[in-house]
Design a protein around this ligand. Structure first.
Ligand SMILES: [Zn+2]
Length: 474
């Protein structure tokens, strides 16, 4: 056996990097109730599976590291293959839980440090702390609870077989509690499923879940997209916000929560308030059947917001088709911070759609996209690197208190993100405090290089102050 020379290896690696695999999900394939007994057997299996999966989720969240290769520890009526699938699914859920909880806890520690700093400043200066500023608190998270029967299966337990019969497209062969007697459930595709899957090699992993009494199947297929972006393509930074969904380092803005969306949000809130009042009133009168509090309209609003976000992203990518896209490595916690002004979790979750969609939309187009650390990107001066809250006199304005650099706040942030691509020193910072220290060090270097001449900020306040932008956070 001859060893492959290193040169070949490098070539292979380069090739791998120039292609990306996108996994497309084909959802909402309804399982037909050809034979009620069959779905009952699936039901029994799902209940046992769900309970086992829950055991492992709790185990991985509280005791052991979420390792997919854990040796089965709960003796169950399920086969070893099924136990393996449950362990893998539980490990995935626990990993996500642990990461999100840790991010939230880190955000809390940073808030706490900010609070301590503000308090120390107040004590030193003799100016009392704003009574509205409260010491942050951390409430421990509840462990994940599996409520919806859901199975993420592999070919060891669930196999999709083509149907010879023209009535159905496939058979789903599921191993059950009754060993040697697999369940075979017919799968009939809708025409749009067939269109999506035409000419594709369907992945062997499948997902099943039950909602409102109906079983649904999700299939998926992979697509290889080759990278179109040139190695020397210009970097375009993208800042994410509410006042402007996207602001690029080229100075353009796309999409906004203000205007129509904000009006709809207001109407929706008023409607819910009226409904709550009506319910309270009816309950007093002893009416048993109360009108529902279902938030269907807020769900619609969320959908609409995501549509607007997608439109903004498509427009932005169209206008920067040859660029390398650099955006913020946003955690749910920082999203919450951005959404704080808008009062609700709903907006945080919809805002979190932006980076996900950015990653997907660039991958689909074969565009290079990278995330960079977002810490202090909105407070750092793009010219002299000075970091200070005071650089942001209001939400839409950036005005450096040292060098006098002025810009729209989101544009300044986008420029910072753009130049953070390839910044190894910044990428290796382990905390927000380390990022701040590094930036201030760069500021000192800038001052030395440019002399100590401090330019007074121009007396042009109000340049960026327009009423619309005053509520968004950047
Ligand atoms: Zn500056």
């Amino acid at each position: 056996m001859s060893q492959k020379p290193d040169k070949d290896k490098r070539k292979r690696q380069r090739k791998r990097r120039s292609k990306r695999t996108l996994t497309h999900a084909v959802t909402h394939i309804r399982l037909i109730e050809a034979n009620p007994g069959k779905l009952e057997a699936l039901e029994r299996l799902a209940m046992v599976y769900l309970a086992l999966c829950q055991h492992y989720v709790t185990h991985f969240c509280t005791q052991a590291d979420p390792n997919s290769y854990t040796v089965p520890i709960y003796a169950k009526e399920l086969s070893e293959r099924w136990q393996r699938v449950a362990i893998q699914q539980a490990a995935g859920i626990a990993r996500a839980f642990r990461t999100n909880r840790q991010n939230a806890y880190d955000a809390y520690l940073e808030d706490l440090a900010d609070y301590a700093e503000a308090k120390a400043k107040a004590t030193a200066s003799g100016v009392p702390l704003d009574p509205k500023v409260k010491e942050p608190e951390f409430r421990e998270w509840n462990l994940p609870e599996l409520r919806v029967p859901a199975i993420q299966a592999n070919a060891n337990v669930v196999v999709l077989e083509p149907s010879e019969d023209s009535t159905f497209d496939y058979w789903l062969r599921i191993s059950t509690l009754d060993k040697g007697h697999p369940l075979r459930i017919p799968v009939k595709l809708a025409s749009y499923h067939r269109k999506a899957l035409a000419g594709r090699a369907i992945n062997t992993s499948t997902a099943l879940h039950k909602r409102k009494g109906v079983w649904w199947l999700t299939l998926s297929f992979d697509e290889n997209v080759s990278l179109q972006t040139e190695p020397r393509a210009p970097c375009v930074g993208v800042d994410v916000g509410i006042a402007n969904f996207l602001t690029t380092s080229t100075g353009k803005q796309y999409g906004t929560f203000h205007g129509k969306l904000a009006k709809r949000h207001k109407r929706d809130r008023e409607k819910r308030r009226r409904k709550a009042k009506l319910r309270a009133c009816l309950r007093k009168k002893g009416v048993e059947k109360l009108p529902s509090t279902s938030s269907e309209s807020s769900q619609r609003l969320g959908r609409h917001m995501r549509q607007q976000i997608n439109r903004a992203i498509n427009q932005m990518l169209k206008e920067h088709a040859d660029a390398r896209i650099i955006f913020e490595d946003l955690s749910v916690a920082s999203m919450r911070f951005k959404a704080r002004a808008m009062n609700a979790y709903l907006y945080a979750s919809n805002l979190a759609h932006i980076p996900k969609q950015l990653a997907w939309a660039t991958a689909k187009r074969g565009m290079a996209a990278h995330t960079v650390k977002a810490a202090y990107s909105s407070q750092e001066c793009h010219r002299c690197h000075y970091v200070d809250r005071a650089n942001r006199p209001d939400q839409s304005t950036f005005s450096c208190v040292v060098c006098g650099y002025r810009n729209h706040a989101d544009h300044n942030a986008a420029l910072n993100l753009s130049s953070r691509f390839g910044d190894q020193e910044l990428a290796t910072c382990k905390s927000k405090a380390e990022v701040k220290a590094l930036l201030l060090q760069r500021h000192e270097a800038w001052k030395k290089k440019n002399g100590l001449s401090v330019v007074q900020p121009p007396a042009q306040l109000g340049l960026w102050d327009h009423p619309e932008a005053s509520t968004g956070l950047g």
